[in-house]
Design a protein around this ligand. Structure first.
Ligand code: NDP
Length: 281
């Protein structure tokens, strides 16, 4: 039976630490969150981010814009926030409506305020290992491992998924942590065989319950990044918990695993941005 990695508890402990550090710093970090359109899942994420800001002592502003907002209007708002001294971090909730070019929006954010670490400048710095901000979800995964006493050094890590937001940066962070890394995707010839090699398996594909017990090595650490909404409204991961849990040594649940850590890393990045703006880091 696997040990459960309790992302909610770990995240709660880290948020308390961040809250204390912010209070001791005398700074008021500021985060602007921009939501375009009325996607219900995005609205929930934005609400959770605002709540987390209040919890740790980060000032937040939210801009909830109609779906018809033009790209020019959005870029103009980002330009204003780039110059605003009370705002240290800018987050544009993705996905954006189809008529807005996501790349242009990411490029418009001042890299110093890019607390999601999506700007190519920050992505490049993650590749070289010389970074200020780590992408929130993959960094959250690394923190979960660290707090659970799991060191990727010398171990075989398989990352399933190669998105710019999760899979690719996850593979890089594992590499920086001295794991031997394989990245799988939808064209991987034998996914099950690759997964069975993993000492640490990180899955981020967006396919409900896709990774089953027969694809996992006995004693593997299994991290499920997936968040899929079932027909009955329940949230489920990319890993079939029922068949994988008996084989794994550690496993993250969904919900309550990786999800809470994503927002916690965002809080950390916003505080880092405020410290940098104050010349403290
Ligand atoms: P994307 O859709 O951007 O990328 C999915 C990746 O999975 C692609 O690289 C794709 O391969 C690969 N893939 C899809 N199907 C298969 C398959 N059958 N076998 C192997 N690889 C496959 O998704 P994201 O990375 O943005 O998100 C992945 C999951 O993580 C989603 O469930 C999302 O909701 C969740 N998520 C959770 C977060 C959290 O805070 N917990 C934060 C962000 C995401 P290819 O490149 O070949 O198309």
């Amino acid at each position: 039976m696997a040990k459960l990695i309790d992302g909610k508890a770990i995240s709660g402990a880290i948020r308390s630490e961040i809250k204390e550090e912010i209070a001791a710093s005398g700074l008021t970090p500021g985060l602007a969150v921009i939501l375009v359109g009325d996607d219900p899942a995005s609205a929930v994420y934005v609400r959770n981010k605002k709540r987390a800001c209040a919890e740790v002592g980060i000032y937040s502003e939210s801009y909830e814009l109609p779906a018809e907002t033009t790209q020019e209007e959005l870029l103009s708002l980002i330009g204003t926030l780039n110059k605003k001294d009370t705002i240290h971090g800018i987050l544009v909730q993705l996905p954006l409506p189809k008529h807005i070019d996501e790349k242009a929006v990411i490029l418009a954010i001042d890299p110093a305020k890019d607390v999601d670490a999506f700007h190519p400048v920050n992505v490049g710095r993650i590749v070289t290992g010389d970074y200020d901000y780590l992408p929130c979800t993959p960094a959250g995964v690394m923190t979960l491992l660290e707090r659970s006493g799991i060191d990727p050094k010398g171990r075989k890590c398989v990352v399933v998924g190669r998105s710019n937001i999760v899979g690719k940066p996850q593979a890089l962070l594992m590499l920086h942590a001295n794991a031997t890394v394989t990245v799988c995707h939808s064209k991987t010839a034998d996914l099950a065989a690759e997964c069975r090699q993993a000492d640490i398996l990180v899955v981020a594909i967006g396919r409900a319950d896709y990774i089953t017990g027969d694809m996992v090595k006995e004693g593997a650490v299994v991290i499920d990044v997936g968040m899929n909404r079932r027909a009955d409204g329940k949230l489920t991961g990319d890993v079939d918990f029922a068949s994988v849990e008996p084989k794994a040594s550690y496993i993250t649940p969904v919900p309550g695993g990786v999800g809470p850590m994503t927002i916690t890393t965002l809080m950390k990045n916003t505080f880092t941005a405020a410290k940098r703006a104050a010349g403290l880091k």
